[in-house]
Design a protein around this ligand. Structure first.
Ligand code: ZN
Ligand code: ZN
Length: 135
């Protein structure tokens, strides 16, 4: 699998603080210009999926009906979990969920996709790639 490395010095690399253990997990956050919406995290790990086909569905409006329609087509994750609306990425240290998604319908239009260190990003336009945050 392709590996994409992001330097900690980049503007779009930062840390998420775990609500359970308070430790930090580094990650890359896409800019608003990237329009990485909608995206969905795995129920069990920090992997994330972003599909252009879903974007076409929600471009004009985000509704509970569209969310349900997309959710029914979200695939399983290689870890055994499933990409799920409302799921957040997981702490690298204790695996607790970091709650990024307060409202799954409103989140359909959130363009700032967070890919934590060690997570895999899935898309309908390119093969999966593994993200590493490096010095
Ligand atoms: Zn933690
Ligand atoms: Zn997973």
């Amino acid at each position: 699998m392709e590996t994409v490395e992001y330097s900690r010095s980049l503007q779009w690399v930062g840390n998420l603080r775990c609500p359970a253990c308070a430790r930090l997990t580094p990650g890359w956050r896409s800019s608003g210009m990237s329009e990485c919406f909608p995206h969905f995290f795995c129920s069990d790990c920090s992997n994330v999926i972003h599909r252009e086909a879903d974007k076409e569905l929600v471009y004009e409006a985000a509704t509970p009906e569209l969310l349900a329609q997309i959710a029914a087509t979200l695939p399983v994750c290689p870890c055994g979990g499933r990409f799920t609306p409302g799921a957040g990425p997981k702490c690298q240290h204790c695996r607790a969920e970091i709650p990024l998604v307060a409202d799954a319908v409103a989140y359909l239009h959130n363009p700032n996709m967070v890919v934590l260190d060690g997570a895999v990003c899935f898309s309908d336009r390119r093969p999966p790639y593994w993200v590493r945050i490096v010095a």
